[in-house]
Structures are given as structure tokens and as C-alpha cells.
Design a protein around this ligand. Sequence first.
Ligand code: NAP
Length: 301
Amino acid sequence: MYDIIIVGAGPAGLTAAIYACRAEKTTLVLEAKTYGGQIINTPDIANYPVAPGISGFDFATTLYNQAKDLGAEIRFEKVTELIDGDVKTVVTPKQRYEAKAVILATGAENRKLGVDGEDALIGRGVSYCATCDGNFYRKKVVAVVGGGNTAVEDALYLADLAAKVYLIHRRDAFRADASLVSRLKEKENVELVLNATVTKLLHNMRLTGVEVTDKTTGEARVLDVNGLFVAVGQVPENENFRSLIDLDAGGYAVAGEDCHTKCPGVYVAGDNRAKTVRQLVTAAADGAVAATEAIRELESC
Ligand code: NAP
């Protein structure tokens, strides 16, 4: 029996683990994939206080080691079910674990574009991670789809590797930070394809091009590209907990700034929580709040 089980080893989950361990609570972190969450794909974190320029991988590894060194037990198992009761039961394909409190810090996964052939071309020209796969496209032509921070950061990163980068976005205004967009516009090998959507993936075993359609004129044109990096946002990973917590229309867990869900003893922290600002710093803040709330309630029992 653990005091606190944390589901997810991203910035929110690992920060929660640090707080739980420092309060001397027995803490298990369960992670389905690898530690670090989405930030591991960011080459250069520019907006985290006191750590300008750190890579997402270095940030995540330091955080992981910090949580481990403080005594967090971290296991790589996917949580498939959470059963409520005086004691919470957390189920994975390998085992059932018990805890007095559970923090859901499952984050979100990449949203697919939804164009025919996308799944079959993953690893054959279609990628969701520029820092993982960018190297395969040195001196080649690539496209990035999306208008948020991830897409613009990916395009900036790829512009230093590839011969040419198209950034395809469905509007002419970006969600990404203005400073990132300004830096992108200075890159000579980046072409913005705005008000356009990807309507077809062209391939011959591997991706050979994308058809983009202008939303205003309806005209389609083909961009000959070797790689397509999809960065169109995320989908929260809350489905396995739907029976215990409320989800909003987008699938995000409904919880206030205190991170409490409607299920006593179950908290939610990070990008899978319904909120307006999803940043590294707010994920870490959620982890701290959720753990502090869990500790407070455990100690008041
Ligand atoms: P995001 O901010 O949700 O942006 C997704 C982008 O994809 C939007 O521009 C959206 O267009 C577009 N889009 C969504 N669905 C689409 C579809 N089906 N087809 C074409 N385009 C589509 O996602 P994100 O860039 O991954 O960022 C997620 C969160 O992480 C954000 O809060 C972001 O600020 C944060 N982040 C922070 C950093 C950093 O701090 N360094 C780095 C990366 C990400 P519309 O604009 O038209 O909706």
C-alpha cells in the first residue's frame, strides 16, 4: 500500500513525486511510455524560469533523477483502470497497486491530422517528433503542419537541418508565441503556407509529397517533400478514468486550480486537466498543488 500513486512521469507527475517524497509519503509513479512527457521533444526550452536554453531531454532527465533520488519508486507500466474505494486500486497489465491517494498526471498524446494514409506512413515520412526524426531529413525538404508553439519550434529546429521547410497552417494567425514566429520569419529557407490544409499524402512506399488546399480559393497544389511533421496539438489521456472523474467536451479532466476531481482522494495535474494555460511551468505548478492537497488530506485523516 502506497500513500500516493502518481500516474504519469511528465513534468506534472514528477513534480508531484518530489513534493510527496519530501513530505515522506511512500510514492509510486507509473508511466506508460518514457519519462518526461511531451517536453522531451522540445529542443530548447526558452520560457522556464532560471533555465533558459535547456533541452527538453536534459530537463526531463534532471527532474526524473531528482524524484528518484528523493525516494520515488518509478515503474514503466500503463495504468488501464482506477478503482475507487477507501483504498484506491490502480490496475496495470502486470499488477494491481493500492494507494490512499492517486494523482492523474497522464498528459496528452499527439493529435493525428486525420488524412488518409497517415498511420501507414508513420516512420516512412510522417513524424510527430522533429527532435527525434529531424536528423533523417538533413538537406532534404520537409513540411510542418500546425500553428502552435510546437509547430513553430519544430520548423525552427528543422530549418537548421533541412534544405527547405514549409510551415502549413490552417489560419493566417499563429497561436505560437510572437517571438517564435518572428524568429521563424527571419529564416530564409522557411516558406509559410497559410490558410491551407493538408488534403492528401502522396507516397510511393515513402512519403513523396503533400497536397495542400487553400481554404479561401479552394485551389490545391502539391508540395514535394520528403518528410511531414505533424504538430496539430494533443488529445488528453483521460479515457481510462472516465467512470470516476468528469471530462469536458475536449476530454480534459474537470478540476479547479486545487486539482481536486469529483472523486475524493483522486487529483489531476498537468496537461490532461481542463485549464487555459498549458505550459511546462503550469504543469509543474499543478504537480506541486495536487501533491500538497493529497498530503494535506492524508495528514488530516
Ligand atoms: P496547440 O497550441 O494546441 O496548437 C495546435 C495547432 O494545430 C493550432 O495552431 C491549431 O490551429 C492546429 N490544428 C489543430 N488541429 C488541426 C488539424 N486537424 N489540422 C490542422 N491544424 C490543426 O498545440 P501545441 O503547439 O502542441 O502546444 C500545446 C501546448 O504546449 C500549448 O499550450 C503550447 O503553448 C505548449 N508548448 C509550449 C512550449 C514552450 O513553452 N516552449 C513548446 C511547445 C508547446 P488553430 O490555431 O487554428 O486552432
